[in-house]
Design a protein around this ligand. Sequence first.
Ligand code: URA
Length: 232
Amino acid sequence: MERLDKFLANAKVGTRNEVKKLIRKGLIKVNGNVIKKSDFKLKDTDIVEMNGNIIEKHKLIYIIINKPVGYLSSTYDSHDKYILQLINHKYRDELSIAGRLDKDAHGLLFLTNDGDMIHKIISPKKNIYKTYEVKVNGNITQDKIKKLESGIQLKDFITKPAIVEKIENNLITIKISEGKYHQVKRMMRAVNLEVVDLKRIAIGNLYLPDGLKEGKWMEIEKPNIFDNNSPI
Ligand code: URA
């Protein structure tokens, strides 16, 4: 049950004061009847109209995109290509990005207008594991894997334990629960390797679907990113 004026303001019909005026003027109908009370309580099934146009309820939306290399993980930039240029959605201007990727990295980015969700994902307390596929310029020995897994002293902090799986001599997946600036690249550099390709394949248990091509996005149901957020 939501107040009529709040419903209209959330649906971006106007500010709370503007919509109150529209209601008072008799311009708003609910299920075909003019309603002149701002505190009228709407049921989920009620149909709200203004000038014959149905007003849709404001929704929380969840989007994933397969970020291509060369795009900034930002909602605007005056100089570079940025990720929001690839997304055409009614709520585009409300979207925030939960966890950025470097310009030269690619893979899973998650965007939403659900502020609570963004907050939880980027909170260090939640320890959300991000999974990256990392190609480097040399052999990833067991010794290096051990170092990466047990925590590495970087300039300003010691990394939390990571989980590494070797795929090929120069290719691993790594799960980390932090998201410090250039973290994966810095971890690799600390074991004398350079990253040549960095792709994020998962945030918590939200995986990049195989069929989602680079540069493409899709709207998804609210994901259970925090369920089974265990790397093992
Ligand atoms: N680590 C990096 O170094 N870069 C990213 O974009 C993400 C993690």
